[in-house]
Design a protein around this ligand. Sequence first.
Ligand SMILES: [Zn+2]
Length: 526
Amino acid sequence: MLKKSAKNIVIYDTTLRDGSQTEGVSYTVPDKLKITEKLDELGVHYIEGGWPGSNPKDKEYFDLMKGKKLKNAKLAAFGSTRRANIKPEDDANLKGLIESETPTVTIFGKTWDLHVTDVIKTTLDENLKMIFESVAFLKKHKREVFYDAEHFFDGYKNNPKYALKTVEAAAKAKADCIILCDTNGGTLPEEITKIVKEVRKKIKGDLGIHTHNDQDMAVANSLAAINAGCIQVQGTFNGLGERCGNADLCTIMAILHTKMGRKSIPEAKIKHLMEATYYISEISNYKISSNHAFIGHSAFAHKGGVHIDAMLKNPKAYEHINPEIVGNHRRLLTSELAGKMPIVLKAAKMNINLDKNSPEAKEIMLALQEKEHKGYSFEGADASFELFMKRHLRLYQSFFHLDGFKVFTEKKLDGSVIAGATVRLKVNGHDEMSAVEGHGPVEVLDKALRGALRKFYPNLEHMHLTDNKVRVLDTKDGTSARVRVLIESQDDKDSWTTVGVHENVIEASWEALVDGIEYKLLKDKK
Ligand SMILES: [Zn+2]
């Protein structure tokens, strides 16, 4: 049963079902199991595992889940109401839902008269029977039943009387929660508020909301529905989903917690939101945008000197919440212009008490200016900046030493292009060598470097490059142009950026790659 407290909002995650329809996202069964475990750990109330009737992969997932016990969440199987003009017990889709043996089943049905007559081509009356009988059938099998009223808001705008009849049919059959869906994502918050309030007057039981993000309104619409009386919210992590995606559950939970005084997942888990999002994005192979609300890399990054100055006096000056609440952290972007304060603050973050007027602070400031003069930009590369600081304060010991590397690119007679790299290192006194072939020079260099280190640092398996930017810089001597390479790496908890500068693009990439790996090793050591 859903929690009845007026303050508690039930979180229903559909990353594994709606989220798997994102362009470019495809989950294997082991992927789905890993995400399930993570969501359960985070404390979401419901995990929609998939649609057992739609593909063998989802069926296999539900078969494997039969032997697993979840700590916090309930597993839900998704499907549709029965087909027209047959009995529910003869419907393969409903049978598949029962055979999944999940405690909760969510089925969707048609609300919009246009969909009934033009898409599934049946009568309006038969559609009401399909809803009632399907819900009643699942209730007879002792399932908790959630009814997703597909296209509810569009249906209501077109024919409110009929739209209400469809959800009344589900309520009469004792659905445990009726979820109003903005399937096409075209509704505005004020319409959501008005319509949910009208439904609230007619339906006594629990209501939920399921929105899509086609107008960037999915989160706003979900919150409007909650304010109007919905107690369950459906969505995905990172807003994954078809077209423009679904409502982003992470943002919703963060807002419920920090702004609306409403409870969702356990309070102690809110600070794990960022980590959970990165973990899921890793498995989904979906990059989190750096300006993503709450958990983006830049969500609490301050750049302007005036802003930084104000932040030092009071962090509230340019932050709407304390970033640590959701597991994120404040970043003061470093540049020549910002003065010594970011250096002092960065040191403080590393538990080093560095006086603004000390000789060390001055030395680092000068070294930084020198680096920036050469073309380094630490503004976006704070992982390299942290390493730079530690090296200067002699607080850093390298994890390995380079003996040499070689990279080649070859274009063959048949037009194909291959690249290869050999890396020689010293690790803890051992000589290591690794040779790799592949497509591009940075890729093979990265693989060869990791190949040589793998034995000593197995945790490097859990990181990879997500972005690689090369920029040609103007040089003063006018002979050879310097290039700046920014490399972004990610693991299952966080992402970080490193920088390298050289006349040779391979050397610049090498420098950024090494920093990326050293940063990961340092981070895991802590
Ligand atoms: Zn949906």
